[in-house]
Design a protein. Structure first.
Length: 240
């Protein structure tokens, strides 16, 4: 194989590995709510059109109009007024692996003799205000729902969460209690009711994450779906 082709193939593998390994969350940066596509301390560019929805709510759980500002290498969420809660969806699209082990951004009906295929969706739920009432979150197929106000727990203490898949409790789901600081460290696993207790790790931003793979029916455009979800909140209020 020509060296440039080798490099292209290697890049394709890296891109796909990132597509499956990366998570999604939101952060307040320079006064803006930025959508972050990353893994651990690293975050990277992404196609802003892959953000398929952004939802903002006030403290009573009522929806606030929000626009998605699609920038050259990422997206920014712009609610009409400061939100208490924010949710976002990124559809990373289908990826298929060719017989020579290259990954392409298409489903297996478009790739001859594909040996593997997946479609990944990434969700995030952010809670910004104490006492916020959670609305119905049907837009999040995979969701990590706090069972008490996460902003009132405090670093070093445990927060009970429930993981839902399509609105139903999901058992045996591994949770990462500090996805940015320790993205490979499993902090707990859900019980039969989808619940787990996770220690709040940081005074600053906490990112609790979960991910799972769902097999698809024979003949579907992809073999499986990959779902990632995060819950973010600040561990301790900042005082000047």
């Amino acid at each position: 194989m020509h060296s440039s082709l080798k490099i292209a193939a290697a890049l394709a593998l890296v891109i796909t590995a990132q597509a499956s390994a990366h998570g999604l969350w939101t952060e307040e940066r320079r006064g803006n709510i930025e959508v972050v596509y990353g893994h651990g301390a690293e975050d990277g560019p992404f196609k802003a059109e892959k953000i398929k929805g952004g939802w903002a709510f006030d403290a009573a759980g009522k929806m606030i109009p929000v626009t998605v500002q699609r920038l050259a290498d990422h997206a920014r969420l712009q609610p009409l007024r400061p939100p208490a809660i924010m949710a976002v969806l990124l559809d990373n699209g289908p990826w298929s692996q060719t017989p020579d082990k290259r990954w392409v951004n298409q489903d297996r009906t478009q790739v001859q003799d594909a040996i593997a295929s997946t479609h990944s969706f990434k969700y995030s739920l952010a809670i910004y205000q104490e006492g916020a009432r959670l609305p119905k979150l049907d837009m999040l197929r995979l969701a990590i729902i706090p069972q008490s106000d996460p902003l009132k727990v405090g670093p070093g203490k445990e927060l009970q969460v429930q993981v839902l898949i399509d609105g139903r409790p999901a058992a045996d789901i591994e949770l990462y209690g500090d996805y940015r600081g320790a993205p490979h460290e499993i902090s707990g696993k859900t019980d039969k009711g989808g619940r787990a207790r996770i220690k709040v790790r940081n005074e600053g931003l906490n990112i609790i994450a979960a991910q799972l793979t769902l097999p698809m029916p024979k003949g579907a455009p992809v073999d499986k779906q990959s779902l990632f979800s995060s819950l973010t909140f600040v561990g301790e209020p900042h005082h000047e």
